[in-house]
Design a protein around this ligand. Sequence first.
Ligand SMILES: [Fe+2]
Length: 261
Amino acid sequence: MIMNVLFLGDIVGRPGREAVKKILPGLKGKFEIDVVVANGENLAHGIGITQRSIDEIKDYGVDLLTSGNHIWKRKQALEIVEEDDPFIIRPANYPQGVPGKGWKLIDVAGEKLIVVNLEGRVFMDERLDCPFRALDQILDETKKLKADAIVVDFHAEATSEKKAMGFYAKGRVSAVLGTHTHVQTADEIVFPDGTAYISDVGMVGGKNSILGVKVEQSLSNFLYQIRPKFEVAEGEMEVCGVVLEIQKGKTISIKRIREIV
Ligand SMILES: [Fe+2]
């Protein structure tokens, strides 16, 4: 079987969630999507998660959420990630003892997809374990599960660190997909050994915004160095992501998606 995976970038707040609701049925039909994974760390009011926002996105047809540094913004995240069968995973390289799971296996029409979540350390505030070694450990640990596809969400700021992860993981996973910057990059590639890579898939957020935040508020932060309350941009939304065609663990193609709704 060829597994068609749709991966959507960071969904920003209610307008982002509504854009997913609008666009998902069409995208699923057009690309014969088997499974939808999205980064959900900005799901609730543009930062963090709530049970309600997660339930909503589940209803719209997303199968699994990944996350990143912003997931902990609201206290309830600690409980949400600790469910036995969590709908959202968190970066695997958080220190031991942090609640939640860093990877998850999901069944996709009888095939096994493992989704791994990692966070970068360059230009990020958290002091995390090495994401490269964390990946090695997960691949070791999951070998016995004989996954049909392994997709990594590498939530990181620096393109250098992301590219490094692409080269480090190539040949061992089906895809390394960058998230966190909210800006889609045009460097998607499938390495000859069947690993797809893109530095950043982009976001699901306001087209006329600064990374999903209202322009005047984000701009004011740069002009005056006093951060106002950030609000999520409304209006036209850009829906960014990629579609992967994966067969026997190897990616055949990666296609960038950027649609305006
Ligand atoms: Fe982030």
